[in-house]
Design a protein around this ligand. Structure first.
Ligand SMILES: [Zn+2]
Length: 247
């Protein structure tokens, strides 16, 4: 059951995320795309994913960027040293069209994936992955963006703060950012149904996309557990279990 949630925001203003290519310390990588794929000249691909309100989805994606960026910008100095810088956002690509996505260190973007490109400090996603989840509810796009942003955060930290299970830590940071935005910043409104959408997102869309591959990310249960840890415990809770943690 889908809760329409164009309403997931309150008063987001339109800002573009800072375009920053500065790479700070840290070497945590994420979700690199598989390096294999034969290049063939692409013809426009027909969408094969569920029909969604495309305009609404793109609006939600834009809002998610602003809300998550805003959260980290506002709260960075509560947890970390240094100055917050937003990652670049390369945005959506069509994974059905070979080589239409951005490359990361020369490797093509994978189909049905969303990723943070560590060496180039940018976030990108296959719009088909967004649509597949968005068909079940708009929370999905917020989750993906907050998770990938979590990797950008990790990349700005000392390695000792980055958990070995960095995917689960990114889920934790996603929970902290989204619920922090809702509860502290009031830039987001969590609606009835969002919780179920998030759980379904991890479970249902889960198993057949690289983005939720249990081998890389942990299973749905672990992912939900870590997202919830951030949701209830905030940013600090995402570092409690890291080796020698402390935020
Ligand atoms: Zn990830």
């Amino acid at each position: 059951m889908r809760t329409p949630l164009a309403a997931m925001l309150i008063g987001a203003t339109l800002l573009t995320s800072g375009a920053c290519t500065i790479k700070l310390d840290g070497a945590a990588g994420d979700d690199p795309a598989p390096a294999r794929r034969t290049a063939s000249p692409a013809s426009p691909a027909a969408p094969r994913t569920p029909a969604v309100d495309e305009a609404a989805m793109r609006r939600d994606i834009q809002i998610a960027r602003q809300v998550v960026d805003g959260f980290w910008r506002r709260h960075w100095s509560e947890y970390f040293t240094g100055v917050y810088r937003a990652p670049l956002v390369r945005g959506g690509y069509d994974g059905n069209v070979p080589n239409s996505g951005p490359t990361c260190a020369g490797r093509p973007a994978a189909k049905n994936n969303a990723f943070y490109c560590n060496p180039q400090d940018y976030i990108a996603w296959d719009l088909n992955l967004m649509r597949a989840g968005y068909a079940k509810g708009d929370s999905w796009v917020y989750l993906i963006i907050a998770h990938e942003w979590g990797h950008a955060v990790q990349n700005r930290l000392k390695n000792s703060l980055v958990a070995r299970q960095k995917e689960l830590q990114a889920d934790c940071l996603a929970g902290a950012a989204l619920y922090g935005a809702a509860e502290k910043d009031r830039t987001l409104r969590i609606e009835p149904g969002d919780r179920e959408e998030l759980i379904d997102g991890f479970k249902v869309v889960g198993d057949d996309t690289p983005w939720t591959n249990p081998g890389d990310h942990g299973d749905a249960f672990e992912r939900i557990e870590n997202f919830s840890k951030g949701r209830t415990g905030g940013v600090k809770s995402c570092f409690a279990a890291a080796r020698g943690g402390g935020a």
